[in-house]
Ligand binder design. Structure first.
Ligand code: THU
Length: 163
């Protein structure tokens, strides 16, 4: 029997350590949480995707009384980005989440302390664009620290790709 390891490298840093562009992308993701529609979970997620043409496309989670009909922030952003900019590569995605139900209180203390990580379905959806266009860097915001991963595939080893 063979055995092999699957490794992912995660960089950990503070907001101050980010480049101005990465910091801006994280701020866009935080801002996008304000546009979430999450009356059921009260968990407000924002995602911001940097496109190869320099545009930043934001998305937030949009819930529905019929729960499975809602979408996560990452997929909202990805589908919005791709439908408005077909054929344009995704370079980076930043994600942030807060728990307050009061948008006026979207200060630092309202954001999740640990880095927010995308769900499995969003990893699979984002991987599709990574296969099309190349690696997408991932910035996961938390008040305490930010995680940076080099690609979506590093978040989804042994992904479903062939059908
Ligand atoms: N959610 C996201 O927007 N992104 C994720 O990666 C995980 C979960 C949303 C879905 C739902 O609206 C709420 O967070 C609670 O699960």
């Amino acid at each position: 029997m063979k055995e092999f390891e699957i490794k992912s490298t995660v960089k950990e840093c503070s907001i101050e350590e980010l480049s101005p562009l990465d910091r801006h992308l994280v701020e866009c993701a935080k801002e996008a949480t304000l546009r979430a529609y999450a009356p059921f979970s009260k968990y407000y997620v924002g995602a911001a995707i940097l496109l190869d043409n320099g545009k930043i496309v934001e998305g937030s989670n949009q819930e529905n009384a019929a729960y499975p009909s809602g979408t996560c922030a990452e997929r909202t952003a990805a589908f919005f980005a791709s439908s408005a900019n077909p054929g344009v590569a995704f370079k980076k995605i930043a994600i942030a989440a807060r728990t307050s139900s009061d948008p006026s209180k979207a200060g630092k203390e309202e954001f999740q302390n640990k880095p927010v990580s995308p769900c499995g379905g969003c990893r699979q959806a984002l991987l599709e664009y990574e296969y099309l266009y190349g690696d997408i860097e991932v910035l996961l915001f938390g008040n305490d620290k930010i995680y940076i991963l080099p690609s979506i595939k590093s978040l989804l080893p042994l992904a479903f790709t062939d059908f």
